[in-house]
Write a protein that binds this ligand. Structure first.
Ligand SMILES: [Zn+2]
Ligand SMILES: [Zn+2]
Length: 225
């Protein structure tokens, strides 16, 4: 059955909601980072308070990464349009892992979500500078996650942190889309009961390996040889 996600029907959406690679994404998020730095008032905060708010931001992203993936992208939606719209980038990514246009989020994804996810901290502290410090922790870890996801689809890693998280992520892709939602860490899967250690015995299929960016580039080279 051919899937009919919104992004397949309207590919121009990719331009606004996804980015080609993390470097393109960096250009998009720099104004936000610059704004957060400009209001974070590091000069009049203690090192302790800055460390606490930045660390809370780091932790907050690890949770958001899990929550957005589990409840945002893999939910059973009551309406088809919701499935098409919310699943457009991620469920589509599950169906076609070789489409690198949707590996990373884009401008609107970041600028629509950022105010929503930073608002609770502002509500609790009523402080723009603390919220900005928290936001820098969140966006820094978010950007790290974007690199990790890009690299996991770039080439096959053998061991180390990237080898471990690649096995974890591709197990989710190929075997259990209802488990192992963390894309850069396993913390929230463990805490919230979706950790499946089956990934330790899993090895990536040749079909999945063939979707890697480097595999595709090699294929293109062969085709053009
Ligand atoms: Zn992926
Ligand atoms: Zn998924």
């Amino acid at each position: 059955m051919k899937s009919q996600f919104t992004v397949e029907k309207h590919p121009w959406l990719i331009k606004y909601f996804a980015s080609r690679n993390p470097v393109h994404l960096l250009v998009m998020i720099l104004p936000l980072v610059w704004y957060l730095v400009s209001i974070s008032n590091f000069g009049s905060s203690t090192i302790l308070s800055t460390s606490i708010f930045v660390s809370l931001g780091v932790l907050w992203w690890t949770f958001l990464e899990y929550a957005i993936h589990r409840w945002g992208y893999h939910s059973k939606y009551p309406f088809k349009w919701m499935h098409d719209f919310f699943g457009s980038f991620h469920l589509y990514h599950h169906i076609d892992m070789s489409d690198r246009r949707v590996y990373n989020a884009g401008f609107f994804m970041v600028y629509l979500i950022a105010p929503v996810v930073l608002f609770p901290m502002w509500l609790m502290t009523q402080s723009l500078s603390m919220t900005a410090q928290f936001g820098l922790g969140t966006i820094g870890t978010y950007y790290f996650y974007e690199w990790v996801h890009f690299l996991l689809h770039y080439k096959v890693f053998d061991g180390g942190y990237l080898g471990w998280i690649q096995q974890y992520h591709f197990f989710h892709h190929e075997k259990r889309p209802d488990k192992n939602f963390g894309n850069s860490n396993a913390l929230w899967d463990i805490l919230l009961g979706t950790y499946d250690e089956g990934y330790k015995k899993y090895s990536m299929s040749l079909k999945a390996q063939a979707t890697m960016i480097t595999a595709k580039d090699e294929r293109i080279d062969i085709e053009h040889a």
